[in-house]
Write a protein that binds this ligand. Structure first.
Ligand code: SGN
Ligand code: CA
Length: 541
């Protein structure tokens, strides 16, 4: 009898738990939006790159869907974020560049989540405004923020936290997930890394580890920009000529001064570039950095006088990759911490995890660092989505998708109606493997921030899977066409090749249609140019 009773109790318990499970799965999904700043897809091993190993980000790809043709609408930080939040192109949301203010009266997707019963939070880098709308809790870096002992804006005032920014943003995120969550509501969390933004300051441990490593060079490191337009030739983002020994490669200004005018471009160096970030460190942290800095500086002093331009380019590339990839390694470790917590807490199953960056980045391709251009390395951005049981694990999606689509995707996943005037497409058909419901052939791009740091000329354009057509304007009037399948590194502008006349005409027609669809016009561009002229251009460097 006792056996019978305990069996009955067991069955009752099992029925209860499975019934509870059923309601649990029917619940609206949580959203964990992870975005880093300037994280190139070439620096994620799941994308097939040989530069580094990112096991935790890769895990998301193994367990979800990786997008190989995800791109941005305007390859620069704050505009990308404004596009993500509003689901609108830059010319509609008004945040065309890093300098123009963001109109905070606009509806952003976190507000819609909040109004629809979600608990919302944002931690890390936003890059505009001090009070993000639609989030119940936030701690955001002012503007670009600092890597070491960063300051934060919070609803309770400003605060400084001692430590390394990537660890801290993760601690804040985990603390909220563990202690601040209202379990009666689903959550929408924006977990936004500052890393690996320039100037690249790794944690002391990663700094030590990565300065011992050497990395493979990209094929186009010594690009001379033949067969490209004026914009590529005049951009100021070449490792040899624009990357700075002190600010970027961490040669102490005193050493540069000691070595004198022998070191070019010493005139461009500015003390603050090195001491700005370095002086954020506590005495204890400085000691750890100094050990590594000493050895970099010693080698530089000894070897620099014997280096030719090719050697200098190679040396700068290695220093760049060491610091950049060290910063990414911390991001990856910290993503791992969050994924572990989702597992432990049982949240993983009903949480959509997205990993992306605000844009791509050049890792020496075309001899460059930075972004802005419509060429692939900065036009494309990483995008990985994991949603257990809904999105098939280990899938690759090659369709052209944009950061413009994120808001509508998240809203549809949460069964919330998106505002009519959002301009993207929900990615749900792709995520759910219902490709028959997806029919996008081309995407639209428009970059404005010129003249400004890195001097990338204004351009707009269209990209299909096969071709990319861009028009550079403002102080030039030049078109470029690239064959994406046969010239993936975009080394040959074939716009003037007669064989492609039909392709050009067809693409121009499609481009006109896209401009109409998205309501972009020469008048609007002109209006932004006028407004831009009234804004003081901060050359940054
Ligand atoms: C800073 C960087 C630039 C970078 C812009 C915009 N210089 O000015 O290299 O292009 O930000 O970056 S540094 O002094 O910080 O090293 S963005 O990601 O915010 O758009
Ligand atoms: Ca950025």
């Amino acid at each position: 009898n006792t056996k019978k009773i305990s069996l009955l109790i067991m069955t009752a318990i099992m029925a209860f738990t499975s019934c509870e499970k059923a309601t649990e799965t029917a619940k609206r999904p949580n959203i964990l939006f992870i975005m880093s700043d300037d994280h190139a897809y070439q620096a994620i091993s799941a994308y097939g790159g040989k530069l580094n190993h990112t096991p935790h980000i890769d895990r998301l790809a193994d367990e979800g869907m990786i997008f190989t043709n995800a791109c941005v609408t305007n390859s620069i930080c704050a505009p990308s974020r404004a596009t993500i939040l509003t689901g609108k192109h830059s010319h509609i949301n008004g945040k065309i560049d890093n300098l123009m203010p963001f109109d905070t009266t606009q509806i952003t997707f976190p507000q819609i989540f909040q109004q629809n019963g979600y608990q919302t939070a944002m931690f890390g880098k936003l890059h505009f405004g001090n009070n993000p709308k639609g989030v119940d809790e936030f701690m955001i870096l002012p503007d670009q923020g600092y890597y070491l002992n960063p300051d934060f804006h919070t609803p309770r005032g400003d605060t400084t936290i001692v430590g390394y920014v990537t660890d801290i943003i993760t601690d804040l995120t985990l603390n909220w997930l563990k202690n601040k969550r209202d379990e009666s509501k689903p959550f929408m969390m924006m977990y936004l890394h500052k890393a690996p933004h320039r100037p690249w300051w790794p944690s002391p441990e990663k700094f030590e580890e990565y300065t011992k490593k050497q990395f493979p060079e990209p094929k186009s490191l010594f690009d001379t920009y033949q067969n490209r337009g004026t914009a590529a030739k005049t951009a100021e983002m070449n490792l040899l000529t624009h990357m700075m020994y002190s600010h970027d490669s961490k040669i102490r200004p005193e050493l540069l001064e000691k070595m004198g005018s022998k070191v070019t471009p010493v005139v461009e160096e500015f003390q603050n570039g090195f001491y700005g970030p370095y002086n954020r460190a506590t005495e204890e942290q400085k000691k750890l950095y100094n050990v590594v800095l000493d050895s970099i500086n010693e080698v530089f002093e000894k070897e620099w006088p014997t280096m030719n331009d090719e050697d200098k380019m190679r040396w700068k590339y290695q220093r760049y990759m060491q610091d950049y990839l060290a910063c990414i390694s911390s991001v990856d470790d910290n993503v791992g911490r969050v994924l572990d917590y989702l597992d432990e807490s049982g949240l993983a199953e009903n949480t959509i995890v997205v990993y992306t960056s605000d844009q791509g980045f050049y890792l020496g391709e075309h001899g460059w660092f930075d972004k802005r251009f419509m060429y692939d390395e900065s036009f494309k951005t990483p995008l990985i989505v994991r949603w257990p049981d809904k999105v098939k694990a280990g899938t690759t999606e090659n369709e052209m998708v944009q950061n413009l689509d994120f808001a509508q995707t998240f809203l549809e996943a949460a069964e919330i109606k998106a505002p009519q005037d959002m301009q993207g497409e929900s990615l749900m058909p792709l995520l759910m493997a219902e490709k028959e419901k997806w029919n996008r052939e081309a995407v639209y791009y428009h970059y404005y921030e010129y003249p400004s740091v890195h001097m990338v000329k204004r351009h707009y354009g269209i990209a299909t899977k096969e071709y990319k057509l861009a028009h550079f304007y403002y102080d030039v009037d030049e078109w470029e066409l690239y064959d994406r399948l046969n010239d993936p590194c975009e080394m040959n502008n074939i716009y003037h090749d007669e064989k492609y006349t039909d392709v050009v005409n067809e693409l121009k027609e499609q481009l006109d249609q896209l401009k109409l669809k998205y309501k972009d016009s020469p008048e609007l561009a002109e209006q932004f140019i006028q407004q831009h002229q009234n804004i003081k251009v901060d050359k940054g460097n």
